[in-house]
Design a protein around this ligand. Structure first.
Ligand code: ATP
Length: 387
């Protein structure tokens, strides 16, 4: 019997134009994540989406269930609006369970053209199941298995069980943000949380070759690939940050290395945001976690840009962030021991509560514009897609 992956989506509050936009983005993202599976297409009908299943059901489920905007999925048998076919489909569903137990049949009939009413359909199908199986009995209150029958205009769907998904909004439906993506644990999680609320992420990584290795760059590309599975694809800018770090080290007081370095990062992120039409920056910063993440530091660093800076992790405990990282599969990659440009340039005694005036004075010896231009000219862009 023909099978399809039935996709439920949508935040309840979405209506009219917003809903259409939501669906358009979701469809695009689904097509992107299923791109590698040639046999699959995505169909839409009456507020649902379907992916007809050939022989790769597990791969399709694994890919689809990650995509933001989807609430749950079910593997359903598809039949015509014909009671005999519905009964047969329900029987096959129940036979999929090795042992017997209790069941109930629940019917929804959005398509009122079908001549029987929902309770009548459930009763007929239930009787058919009892007559043709052994070891099964009916329990309408707490059944082991609920056989769902949905009579819809586009077909009848018969299934047992829902696989919960990530919910959220489809990536791209709330705009674009530049994610400052280090190789650490936090920023991929911050990016994922931004994507969950519909942000299309443009990644920006600051790379200091040869101080940081090619492998540290590969690690960041891998992280971008992992999070791209939640929404389609991620464009990643790899900024050549070496000369900027050298200039800071040669010309600025050690206590301000980190503050000035971060101000340079934000200036570059601001440029890339404008170039990419992004309306926010996203970082993995977390209040009080390290010296550069005090409120004073954040204020001085933030001063170089007018673009809103989203810090989805600002109030999280480290343990909560690590739990998320494990859940979204970035943890194992994040802990690979390839050095990051920030750790390499970490002074012994960084200023934890910097003041704007002294920092501006300290960085005034730099030719900021030339350094930014130089780093942008040597940068590269990689388009990262899910595996
Ligand atoms: N090399 C880098 N490239 C891009 N962004 C960076 C880089 N280093 C730091 N950032 C940004 O600054 C934030 C704070 O970095 P920091 O190293 O202080 O903290 P962290 O808690 O170790 O963060 P992470 O775990 O994300 O590396 C990061 O979450 C990230 O958004």
């Amino acid at each position: 019997m023909e099978q399809t992956l039935l996709i439920r989506f949508g935040e309840i509050s979405l209506k009219g134009k917003n809903r259409r936009e939501f669906e358009r983005k979701l469809l695009k993202n689904l097509k992107n994540v299923l791109g590698g599976i040639a046999s699959n297409r995505v169909e839409t009908a009456y507020g649902r989406m379907y992916v007809p299943i050939k022989d790769d059901v597990d791969t399709v489920i694994q890919r689809v269930r990650k995509v933001f905007g989807i609430v749950s999925v079910s593997v359903a048998a598809v039949t015509l609006q014909d009671l005999a076919q519905i009964k047969q489909a329900a029987l096959e569903q129940l036979e999929g369970y090795a042992d017997g137990g209790t069941f109930k049949v629940e019917t929804k009939r959005p398509d009122k053209r079908f001549p029987m009413q929902s309770p009548e359909i459930s009763k007929e199908v239930g009787a058919h199941l009892l007559d043709n199986t052994t070891g099964w009995s009916v329990d309408v209150h707490q059944p082991d298995v609920t056989v769902m029958v949905e009579v819809r205009r586009e077909g009848v769907y018969v299934y047992t069980g829902k696989i919960p998904c990530n919910g959220g909004l489809p990536v791209g439906s709330t705009g674009r943000g530049v994610l400052l993506l280090s190789g650490g644990i936090d920023s991929p999680v911050a990016g994922w949380l931004g994507m969950k609320r519909g942000l299309e992420i443009v990644g920006l990584h600051f790379h200091s070759f040869p101080f940081t290795s090619e492998r540290s760059k590969e690690k960041v590309i891998d992280l971008a690939r992992i999070i791209s599975a939640y929404g389609g694809r991620v464009k990643l800018h790899i900024n050549h940050f070496t000369d900027i770090q050298k200039a800071i080290r040669q010309n600025c007081p050690e206590e301000f290395y980190v503050t000035i370095m971060r101000r340079m990062m934000f200036r570059i992120a601001d440029r890339i945001a404008k170039e990419e039409g992004a309306l926010a920056l996203v970082t993995g910063e977390n209040l009080g976690q390290v010296a550069s993440q005090t409120l004073e530091s954040m204020g001085v660093i933030n001063e170089v840009t007018k673009i809103p800076v989203l810090r989805p992790l600002v109030t999280f405990d480290k343990q909560e962030i690590m739990d998320y990282a494990r859940q979204i599969d970035t943890y194992e990659t994040s802990i690979l021991p390839y050095e990051d440009c920030c750790t390499l340039f970490m002074p012994k005694h960084p200023a934890t509560r910097p003041k704007l005036g002294p920092v501006q004075k300290a960085e005034s010896v730099l030719d900021i514009e030339a350094l930014i231009q130089g780093s942008l000219e040597k940068s590269e862009v990689v388009i990262v897609k899910p595996d």
